[in-house]
Design a protein around this ligand. Sequence first.
Ligand SMILES: C[S@@+](CC[C@H](N)C(=O)[O-])C[C@H]1O[C@@H](n2cnc3c(N)ncnc32)[C@H](O)[C@@H]1O
Ligand SMILES: *[C@@H]1O[C@H](CO)[C@@H](O)[C@H](O)[C@H]1NC(C)=O
Ligand SMILES: *[C@@H]1O[C@H](CO)[C@@H](O)[C@H](O)[C@H]1NC(C)=O
Ligand SMILES: [Zn+2]
Length: 660
Amino acid sequence: MSRGRIVLWLSLTLRSARSICRARFMEGQPQGPPDPAAMENGTEHRGEEFPPEAQETTVTEGAAKIVFPSANEVFYNPVQEFNRDLTCAVITEFARIQLGAKGIQIKVPGEKDLQKVVVDLSEQEEDKAEVKEGAPGDQPGTAAVGDICEEGLRVLEGLAASGLRSIRFAREVPGLRSVVANDASARAVDLMRRNVQLNDVAHLVQPSQADARMLMYQHQKASERFDVIDLDPYGSPAPFLDAAVQAVSEGGLLCVTCTDMAVLAGNSGETCYSKYGAMALKSRACHEMALRIVLHSLDLRANCYQRFVVPLLSISADFYVRVFVRVFTGQAKVKASASKQALVFQCVGCGAFHLQRLGKASGAAGGRVKFSAACGPPVAPECEHCGQRHQLGGPMWAEPLHDLDFVGQVLEAVSANPGRFHTAERIRGVLSVITEELPDVPLYYTLDQLSSTIHCSTPSLLQLRSALLHAGFRVSLSHACKNAVKTDAPSSALWDIMRCWEKQCPVKRERLSETSPAFRILSVEPRLQANFTIRDDANPSSRQRGLKRFQANPEANWGPRPRARPGGKAAGEEAMEERRRLLQNKRKEPPEDPAQRAARLKTFPCKRFKEGTCQRGDQCCYSHSSQTPKATAEATPTDCPEAPSQNPLGPGAASGLGID
Ligand SMILES: C[S@@+](CC[C@H](N)C(=O)[O-])C[C@H]1O[C@@H](n2cnc3c(N)ncnc32)[C@H](O)[C@@H]1O
Ligand SMILES: *[C@@H]1O[C@H](CO)[C@@H](O)[C@H](O)[C@H]1NC(C)=O
Ligand SMILES: *[C@@H]1O[C@H](CO)[C@@H](O)[C@H](O)[C@H]1NC(C)=O
Ligand SMILES: [Zn+2]
């Protein structure tokens, strides 16, 4: 009985979900109500609906060749090539691990087959021995790209549009059993079918037309789950997460893109709460906070079903964030989830932040873990540095964002095989910075935030990093922000270092209001003596090696694409284009700020120093290092909104760029 009811419920929901999709899909139809017969048929898209000027275009990306109607450019967003390349790289390493455990070796195009070379030395004897010994299939197999691997990964791309991503998986990632390329739009699925034929991957890629949620709910049973689920929606993936955390296999991989960065970066905290169950803050660390909010949401959704997530790689790039997590089951381990999340208290005056975990996990007798409520708050009502109030953000994921062993494996594979991906150089740069990030220190300050709060000149990144190291703290960059200062130093030590910096080039006190954060911070004597002498270890290796770490805006009209509409340009798409143009103006590189200027000057060797006559020592604005650091034209992709400030002389008005 109850089963009958469930089936009925499913089919009703399926029907209503479908009709919603249809309704959405029809919105942009040029004229008249949709033909009900065609809707019933599921073939509302017919050739004659294309406007006459609609011509098809072919795009090649990776090993895939995709046809799409050019009037509907929204099916293909070239800026996402990095996202797709990276995903192929990640799934390849995931396959290497998963299949390796079953004794299957994957064959990656362009990779030298080391094991085979070794085996070949004594080939004939061994081959014979193996043939004699076991039944076929016993011997360690290999899995090549484009072949069905019976023991391989079952992949679902929930929102596949033209099928490009799925086709690339089939043609570039070895060790796959099947790829379901699903989209709710009949038009997209038509296109996908053609592209699957065109690329000769019909044996691996099955086009599917369904609401992605319904499809995933139909694959909840352990035996029917997917090993990899990729979700790449327009905007927020929030509506798909509940289904996704249930449809992914034990230890399986969930890959999720979010392009709703304005929401995640704190432009409307309440909207972020409704989608992700967390308040976003306007903060200089907004990109990392966005990643942590998405991870919080994923873990919480998984927790409902006694599951939890383990992040492999979390990336902020261009106008989106992308997380790769594994999902595991375990009632006992789920108990630890509360203690992995934290609220953030952020001072509105000076930006100092403190984390408050939601729960406490402590070791108890017998190696068992005891869970209890956390104690707080970590801050007084007024900021200890500047006397202003705190805003409350989160909860967000407060554990590491990446599995560094895994990231190292992807990095090594891509570095050793750079011809495999068009964006290999960027993947290498970004992953290198990620391996340098302090794994146990959530969020960061930015160089310009620190100096603009107290209205002083900006130390170079190397000087500030050196001062932190001299004082015994750890410091790193973040891949999510070019000027990030990620450190385990408490905010009191950071402000002490900035106080020492200000002494070298004092700020006129009479220009500061007595209630301003700058005045309050500068009226206290530093307790530590900062040393700004540049240390060798202050220069991150990724920077020394001149890797392509931070990408400038990749192309004109870059950004997320609006929804696809049948028959070409979306109603309102022109408005979107206008908006994109506006956004780009906002996102344009700010006039060079003092920090950038100082950093740039530091890339030129000091002539006097070379001649041995420079009197300025460390304070010289030109480089005294023997090897000249490479000048880089790096740009932050999207700038974080500035934290609100009560300061009448508002910090760095020029550098306050909003996302939306
Ligand atoms: C951003 S596109 C996907 C792009 C694709 N992953 C790629 O890399 O080329 C989003 C797609 O989601 C589809 N979509 C929207 N809502 C959906 C739903 N509920 N179920 C399935 N597909 C949906 C849209 O039709 C659209 O084709
Ligand atoms: C319904 O689908 C069939 C087969 O695809 C097609 O021949 C027929 O013309 C369609 N009917 C309508 C009303 O679109
Ligand atoms: C700063 O550090 C340098 C290099 O370690 C050292 O030589 C110098 O004495 C230090 N300066 C102060 C004031 O401690
Ligand atoms: Zn403060």
